[in-house]
Design a protein. Structure first.
Length: 209
C-alpha cells in the first residue's frame, strides 16, 4: 500500500487556514497556493539522491554535494493544478512541466481525458502530479493511469486538501504511488465537495465564480 505523508508544518497549516476562509480573495488565494506548494516541494524532494563534486570556494578546494542528476517533472491536473506549478519551479527551476486535462462524463461520471502533453522523456523522470483537491479521487487516479499508460513508473501525487474517500480510491488503484497532502478533512458532502474543504479551488484560483 502506498504511503500518505501529511505535511503539517506550522507555516503550511497557517497559510491553509487563510486559504479556507470565505473572505480570502483571488489574489491572496493564488499567492497562498503558490507559497504552500513551494513549502510542500521541500518535503516531496527530501529523498532526492546526492553526489559529491569538487568545487573551489574563495578559501580552498573541497568536495560538496549536489543533486545526482535526478530528472523531475511536474504534471498539473487542469485547471486548478496550474496554481501549484510555480511553487515547485521556484525550488526546482530545471524541472519540466506536463499537463493533463480531464472532465467528468455527465452520464457515466467517469473521468475523460481531453488533453495530455508531457515532456518527451517523461518515462525517465520522477513525475509529481499536482492538484489542490483530492475529493472523490477519480481525476487523480485517472491522471496517474494516463501517465502509466505512457510508460511512466516513478510517480507521486501532491494535493493540498483531501477526503478519506479520495485517498482510498488512489491507494486502491495505485498502491505504488505515494500521496503528499497538507490536510485530510472529514468527508465528502452529497455534491462531492470536501468538508470543511475550501470550496472550488479552480474557481477561487481564477476568479471564475
Amino acid at each position: 500500500m502506498s504511503q500518505v505523508h501529511v505535511i503539517d508544518h506550522p507555516l503550511i497549516q497557517h497559510k491553509l487556514t487563510l486559504m479556507r476562509q470565505i473572505e480570502t480573495g483571488t489574489k491572496d488565494f493564488r499567492e497562498l497556493l503558490e507559497e504552500i506548494s513551494m513549502l510542500m516541494c521541500y518535503e516531496v524532494t527530501r529523498n532526492l539522491p546526492l553526489e559529491e563534486v569538487e568545487i573551489e570556494t574563495p578559501i580552498c578546494k573541497c568536495r560538496s554535494k549536489v543533486i545526482a542528476g535526478k530528472k523531475l517533472g511536474i504534471v498539473p491536473i487542469l485547471r486548478a493544478g496550474l496554481g501549484m506549478v510555480d511553487g515547485f519551479i521556484r525550488l526546482v527551476p530545471a524541472c519540466k512541466v506536463g499537463h493533463i486535462g480531464l472532465y467528468r462524463d455527465p452520464e457515466t461520471h467517469e473521468p475523460v481525458e481531453y488533453y495530455c502533453k508531457l515532456p518527451s522523456d517523461a518515462s525517465e523522470r520522477e513525475l509529481v502530479v499536482v492538484d489542490p483537491m483530492l475529493a472523490t479521487g477519480g481525476s487523480s487516479s485517472a491522471a496517474i493511469t494516463f501517465l502509466k499508460d505512457r510508460g511512466c513508473k516513478n510517480i507521486k501525487l501532491v494535493c493540498l486538501v483531501g477526503a478519506p474517500e479520495g485517498i482510498k480510491v488512489v491507494q486502491d488503484d495505485h498502491p505504488d504511488v505515494d500521496i503528499y497532502i497538507a490536510a485530510i478533512d472529514e468527508k465528502l458532502n452529497d455534491h462531492a465537495y470536501i468538508v470543511p474543504g475550501l470550496g472550488d479551488a479552480g474557481d477561487r484560483l481564477f476568479g471564475t465564480k
